[in-house]
Design a protein around this ligand. Structure first.
Ligand code: UD1
Length: 417
């Protein structure tokens, strides 16, 4: 298994280009199942979750006509297999995004119950409840969700919890359902807005994306999708924190500053110098870094996907910061590893109290989930000495060439087999 070796203590300097958003392309790939023909997607990030979703679509009968230079042409003319197998779904929770499209298009689905990051129970009860309300019959058998539908019907549905993939799944299914669907308390993430816009370009009738309520008028068919994926806001946020934690200066190119506004504001509150241009952000780390509090929320709040990386930064801030995780119930797996590097963190339920220390020390580290792994990389970049991070396949799920991008910024980082 690959490991990443980092010789920390060097400020990062230079320019990094952000890749396409993983969480934007996954639902778009799932949505191609509702079309028949050649779907063309550009700006594809080469990460393992995307490879998994493409493999899943191939298993479902789609054909990859070509895939090079971040552009994929995917023919869904024969995507008629309703079964998403365990070996793929178990490695990526977002595979459940095919459930809505399969039921809407084929009227049948057999999707393994998802796995993915070990960051809490992460049920998909709301996806299932919504699809059942639309008229699908759903039952669980031998670890699989089985579903049949003789045409889905429009519904009025309230999400008890704001769910990103839940919103995407029901929005996709409702696009091909009969009549009007009103989804309330929906996710407002840019990835959801993008999916709605792309579906509209394909012939769907969706309004209200980006607000708490989405209204969908069902249509009978959708044209193939053509789009370019926008830059990944979590990757951008991670490199912003990398600049800050190493006291470096990095220009983050190809990003949408509005998507990372809550991160910019938190960094500025911590006295990090952030300059925003139309599609780039320059971050200069400054000393001393001030301790600030953060609380995760659905978009436009501070993202849970940046909580671990921000905590790594706060371990080196002057004073005490309190970080609250409100989206997931168990997303502090990085804490034990950061403590092994000398961080002073105490956990109480959903709250972490971090007392800043002067420096972190290098250590052998274990990646546990995607974003926790990123936080360990950041901490190792700041720590003096050599850290070896194992189980880095978690990082490969969501970051394009992380060690290459960091070494272009001057980090001493290498992957060893
Ligand atoms: C998506 C993102 C993930 C991010 C998360 C929160 C993708 C592919 N992944 O994950 O990177 O961390 O949003 O921003 O876009 N919940 C239920 N029942 C459900 C669905 C969700 O209780 O049916 C709960 C979850 O357990 C969690 C909360 O709702 O506590 C939010 O989860 P959700 O927004 O669904 O996360 P994902 O869509 O899986």
């Amino acid at each position: 298994m690959d490991k990443i070796v980092i010789e920390g203590g060097r400020p990062l300097e230079g320019t990094v280009k952000i890749s396409g958003a993983k969480n934007a392309i996954l639902p778009v790939l799932a949505a191609t199942l509702m079309t028949r023909g050649r779907n063309i997607i550009e700006g594809v990030p080469k990460v393992r979750d995307v490879a998994t979703m493409i493999q899943l679509l191939k298993d479902l009968g789609a054909e990859v006509e070509s895939y090079r230079n971040e552009k994929i042409v995917l023919d869904t003319s024969s995507a008629n297999n309703p079964e998403a197998p365990y070996d793929l779904v178990s490695t990526m929770r977002a595979s459940c995004l095919v459930l809505g499209p399969l039921l809407a298009k084929l009227g049948r689905a057999r999707v393994s119950l998802p796995g993915g990051c070990a960051i809490g129970a992460r049920p998909i009860d709301l996806h299932i409840k919504g699809l059942e309300a639309m008229g699908a019959k759903i039952w669980l058998e031998q670890g699989y969700i089985h579903g049949t539908a003789d045409g889905l019907k429009g519904i009025q549905f309230y999400f008890d919890t704001v769910s990103v993939t839940g919103t995407a799944n029901l929005m996709m299914a409702a696009s091909l359902a009969e009549g009007e669907t009103i989804l309330e308390n929906v996710a407002k993430e840019p990835e959801v807005v993008f999916l709605a816009d792309i579906l509209n370009q394909a012939g769907a009738k969706i309004e209200g994306q980006g607000t708490d309520m989405i209204i969908i008028q069902g249509v009978s068919s959708l044209k193939p999708i053509e789009c370019r994926i926008f830059p990944d806001r979590i990757e951008a946020g991670t490199y912003m924190i990398a600049a800050a934690i190493t006291q470096g200066e990095v220009l983050i190119e190809n990003c949408i500053p509005q998507h990372v506004e809550s991160i910019i504001l938190k960094l500025q509150e911590a006295q990090v110098d952030v300059e925003v241009e139309s599609s780039s952000i320059r971050v200069r780390g400054r000393s001393p870094l001030l301790a600030v509090n953060a609380r995760t929320h659905p978009y436009p709040g501070f993202p849970t996907d940046i909580q671990a990386q921000f905590m790594a930064l706060m371990t080196l801030a002057r004073g005490q910061s309190i970080i609250m995780e409100t989206v997931f119930e168990n997303r502090f797996m990085h804490v034990a590893e950061l403590k092994r590097m000398g961080a002073n963190i105490t956990l109480d339920g959903h709250t972490a109290v971090i007392s800043g220390v002067q420096s972190l020390s290098s250590a052998p580290l274990m990646a546990t989930d995607l974003r926790a792994s990123a936080s360990l990389v950041l901490a190792a970049l700041a720590a003096k000495g050599q850290s070896v991070i194992s189980r880095v396949y978690h990082i490969d799920r969501g970051y394009v060439n992380m060690e290459k991008k960091l070494s272009c910024l001057g980090a001493r980082i290498q992957r060893v087999k």
